[in-house]
Design a protein around this ligand. Structure first.
Ligand code: URA
Length: 436
């Protein structure tokens, strides 16, 4: 078989066989297929689509490109949540310790930033010493001792996805249902989960803008997961505005710490986090219904147990033992932190969330090439929400930037991409529906 012939067949809209897909993925994993061929393949798949069979073959081949974890020695369900990608989405940072404190295990393999969306492993990389690429033993030990470990894709977990993901990020081949399905599930299936909850986002900051396409993605993920023996459900959640009050790497870690401490919990962020976690606890048979699970999670948050687990996880994975007490001392701080005011006073009616996510790349908090080093300190805080009143004294956000030029760029982006109106807009619920 020749890689270029497989690419040609997909380019010409033909259906690939399982053997061809396995051959291609094996070549990506052993390095015999070049980056330009991976980029061509993803573009052909992006433009011409993959059938349900091709998607399942791709997912399983990518899962099998590395090690598949086994957790037989653990005495509680192994669960995880994954997001299809959003702007300001720091849910994983809070949800993993909350679930671990509730008694299930969460071995979370997270991704780097992708396209205009942020990545959990980049956020954690802003914590000095935190190792998002631990050895297999340290990862296992942390999950066993702490209950959760959030890491990046290590060399031997779905390595084919790691390679394809980095190329998709910079080749405009992200927003594809089959490629997203295979990317998410290959990692999750390799992590040896019992139950998976998917946060499938729709709206102008999601990869799938309209609800119908988001539902299609949710259906594709739930079906392929089931085929591979993992129980999965999906929540469809609104991404027509940034999630929470921060966007960026270090600033999102800080918001997660504040959330776990209880010093500030953005209401939409809180709602989605609680619902995703509750669904997993019910799927894992820890509770009979969502309300009981939710009540228990609130108690766990209020008791400080989830914060304790988070602190423990950070220390176990090489971060500072007193990170929670001295978060501001450890997280990198931008040279410039200044407010941005709206062009017209009024209620925030809408925002172009995708452009706001892209502006983080302009601030070097996301990548334009796979190897790029990030500026972890850059980003936005006190970000307005739809329905908030803003004026010349009430900022739309604070920009954290490395220099004046970057501040001016970001201020301009925010002013152009946040629309105000004199009427208070109707607010959308954060969760649209649950899909089994
Ligand atoms: N998250 C992933 O891991 N992969 C995608 O393709 C999109 C979101």
């Amino acid at each position: 078989m020749l890689p270029q012939e497989i690419i040609r067949r997909k380019r010409d809209r033909q259906e690939l066989t399982n053997e061809e897909i396995c051959f291609f993925i094996k070549g990506i994993t052993d390095g015999s297929i070049a980056d330009c061929q991976i980029g061509s393949f993803t573009m052909a798949a992006f433009l011409n689509g993959l059938s349900a069979e091709e998607t399942a073959s791709l997912t399983l081949a990518m899962r099998d490109s590395g090690e598949i974890l086994k957790w037989s020695k653990l005495d509680a369900p192994i669960v995880d949540k994954h997001s299809s990608g959003g702007v300001g989405d720091k849910i994983s940072l809070m949800l993993a310790p909350m679930l671990a404190a509730a008694g299930v295990y969460v071995p979370m393999i997270s991704g780097r930033g992708l396209g205009h969306t942020g990545g959990t492993s980049d956020k954690l990389d802003s914590i000095p010493g935190y190792n998002t690429q631990p050895s297999r033993d340290l990862f296992f030990q942390t999950v066993k001792d702490v209950g959760c470990a959030i890491i990046g894709q290590t060399g031997n977990l779905a390595p084919a996805d790691k390679k394809i993901y980095a190329i998709r990020d910079v080749s405009a081949t992200v927003e594809s249902i089959p490629l997203i399905t295979a990317s998410i599930l290959s990692k999750k299936l390799a992590a040896g989960l019992d139950n998976l909850i998917m946060d499938v986002k729709f709206g102008n900051g999601a990869f799938m803008e309209d609800i119908d396409t988001a539902q299609e993605l949710a259906r594709s993920i739930v079906d392929v997961a089931k085929l591979a023996g993992t129980q999965a459900k999906a929540l469809l959640t609104d991404m027509n505005q940034v999630l929470g009050t921060t966007v960026g790497n270090a600033v999102e870690v800080k918001e997660a710490v504040d959330y776990l401490k209880g010093s500030y919990r953005d209401i939409r962020l809180h709602n989605i986090t609680l619902n995703l976690a509750s669904e997993l606890l019910v799927m894992s048979k820890c509770f009979d219904n969502i309300n009981d699970a939710r009540g228990n999670l609130i108690k766990i948050l209020d008791s400080g147990k989830a914060l304790e687990v988070f602190a423990h996880m950070i220390a176990n994975l090489g971060g500072p033992a007193d990170f929670i007490e001295k978060t501001d001392k450890y997280l990198p701080q931008a040279a410039i932190i200044k407010p941005v005011f709206p062009l017209c006073a009024g209620y925030v009616e809408s925002m172009n969330t995708r452009n706001i996510g892209l502006s983080i790349i302009g601030l070097k908090g996301g990548r334009t090439t796979p190897e790029q080093k990030l500026d972890y300190a850059s980003g936005y805080t006190s970000f307005c929400q739809i329905g908030d009143y803003v004026d010349e004294q009430t900022p739309i956000a604070f920009v954290h930037a490395a220099n004046e030029e970057d501040y001016n760029f970001a201020a301009d982006e925010l002013q152009r991409n946040i629309i105000t109106s004199i009427d208070k807009p109707k607010l959308l619920p954060p969760i649209f529906k649950t899909m089994e």
